[in-house]
Design a protein around this ligand. Sequence first.
Ligand code: DCP
Ligand code: MG
Ligand code: MN
Length: 336
Amino acid sequence: NSSNPQEINTNLNPNPSANGWKCGQVNDGNPHESPNEWLAKKLDEMHDLYLGQTDKNPFSVRGYRRGIADRIDEFLTGSKGREYYENTEKAKTVCMFKDIYGVGKSFANELYRRGARTIEDLREKEYGLSKGQKIGVELYSDLISRIPRTECKQLYDLIRSSALDLDPMVWVEIMGSYRRGGVDSGDVDILITRDNSDGKTHKGLIKSLVNDLRKKGVITHEMSTPSDWTALETKWMGVGRVPGGKYRRIDILCIPFDQWGAALIYFTGNEIFNRSLRLYARKKGYSLNQRGLYIGVMRGPDGNKITEGEIVASKTEEDIFKILGIRWRHPHQRRP
Ligand code: DCP
Ligand code: MG
Ligand code: MN
């Protein structure tokens, strides 16, 4: 019975990008129709169909109207936000601001409220931007463009050879979308550790590496630096380039040698693959994070850890997949 609203498939997808619709574009179903008009029409259709049923009393109609109102609310307050669904000057400006490194939805809106309209405005006037956001504004057009795979490889080779010159025992890998086989990437993700079988570690290497790459003009800006440069686990975030090329976001993660496998899984991603693997581990009584696979982790009602548990695997990806009882997936297949 297609007149029952519960059974109508309206093909509504709350995420317009799933329908190929992006910021500043209109719905592709009808070039003269904005996404808002299209959505309103769909909801009207649902409403009319519902009212057309003779067995519905005024109370259930009111309840149904409220249901629709809730759905609209849900769309408008969804992760992309109201501006995503509109093709207005404000929507386009807020979208542009959201693409600045380190700027989220609410700050993008605040900048608009405070009168900013262009990237130039943000360069000229004081808006209380953080250090990272200022770099994001300064290098806006470079940082929003994708990095071709060959250029990722060039940056990786430059970083790797510097690291190996400093210590021939280091392990350096390129991770993220590059390892998953992407034709281009949003940033360059680098994982570093050191074979500790001779009793030495990579402690402090990140500092010398960043200094060396700065001297070579490969690293140009720092957005977030380790709180302790001499720790075994450090994260560095910044910007660099193949000398003469575009400015690119670079993330460098240093980790203890025995966590290599768990870190490989985490930093290869993608994020959805990681979430499903972690959920799967939990269902089997384990707990997986970027440091290792644990057993006996006790969690409170909020899901927070009460006990650390005991580590059962972390050195290789294969060890972790094997204990979980699933076959190892090639990184190219980790993009569900
Ligand atoms: N990661 C994660 N959860 C997050 C952020 C990151 O699990 N909230 C993991 C999975 C990602 C990896 O770290 O694949 C690298 O993060 P990036 O943000 O660099 O994402 P990608 O490299 O996958 O894509 P992009 O090409 O946009 O950089
Ligand atoms: Mg990346
Ligand atoms: Mn990254």
